[in-house]
Ligand binder design. Sequence first.
Ligand code: ARG
Length: 458
Amino acid sequence: ASQKLWGGRFTGTTDPLMTAYNESIHYDKRMFNADVDGSKAYAKALEQRGIVDKVELGKILEGLESVRAEWKADKFVLHPSDEDIHTANERRLGEIIGTGIAGKLHTGRSRNDQVATDMRLWLREEIKIVKAFLVDLLKVFASRAEKDIGIVMPGYTHLQRAQPIRWSHFLMSHAFSLLSDLTRLNQLYNRVNQLPLGAGALAGNPFAVDREFLCKELGFDGIIMNSMNAVADRDFVIEFMYWSSMVMTHVSRLAEDFIIYSSSEFSFVTLSDAYSTGSSIMPQKKNPDSLELLRGKSGRVFGDMVGFMMSVKGIPSTYNKDLQEDKEALFDSVKTVSDSIQILTGVLSTLTVNPEKIAKSLTADMLATDLAEYLVRKGVPFRQTHHVSGSAVRMAEERNTTIDKLSVDDFKSLHPLYEDDVVNVFNYEESVEKRCAIGGTAKSCVLEQVKTLKEALN
Ligand code: ARG
């Protein structure tokens, strides 16, 4: 019979390429902690039902800790028959405590409920780590927004100059997208943290293991109530990859803004050397590689999600080996999103903002709306004032100048309600301060946004 754990009924050997094609150990070994924790809890549940006695339980628990220690010390020696983390750990446990006892551990358990449990335990810990990185990033947003509150910049729609805004307002617009991601992450955690163990291969556990005990012991928030669903479900994997995709969408858009703003033509910001690279041929170049990678890597994260969803959509009920494809996709998503958040934190905290360049790029045409609103404040319907202000823009264009250079008499000729104080319209600071309804770009509103963000982080 074959050496494999499941080899009892097999006589022929496996095609070597098939062995390699089938194994997942080289990537799922990262779940060794989760696998040991799940097995320890399960062994305790078996002892409660008399499948193993107290002494045997003690040996199993101790043996499992030795297995964990070997992984931790990077001393775990893989055997050619170790197909995945589950078979590897069980094989090694048998060597340490003897197969007579170790062979009882898998009673009523299947790798199907085991792998689902391991994945959830593993992801749960990763979520805590990535969440801490995201919180760090958002704190940097808050402090940079506070620090640079005095800077007024051109705000864009269609990448055309639109209206003056505060630099901090722009920063906070991205921060709020990422804050929603934090909320989403908190919400999905609960759906990840559900117990599949005790479902068996598909039909349920024949030895009446206490799943409520397993749930408590492993710190799950709830029990998956249908055993077939428990082994079939990978929604929690997909949901995390969707979350990563959403984060990367936000990261990518911010990266694109910064790429544009760091170009020579804009020069609003200068990326620190720590996050830039040079060119191998053009000595003058300083390239925003960090930002381009943030933008580029979003593609692979969407790919992870879409690729695995395609794998899942057509498979029949319960466990099928297709589901093993969940791992590389998830592991890649977790690593990419977590690295990206940290890189963005570094980029943002070391970014130099160039207020003079920003100030120079403000142009009077961006105040055309304010010019129209001047008349609105005197009772003229906006649709009419929009026209009047448009005429001012045309007049300036025809004279090859800008609207702020028109004379008070020019304005008076366009509408009788323009008075000498019309010149006050041409002040960027006053323009942003007028936008003071909640959520606007006036200083007090932006500081209120920062406060909201900080409160959400506490
Ligand atoms: N390595 C497998 C996976 O990742 C474990 C489950 C195997 N179960 C089975 N019945 N072949 O999905």
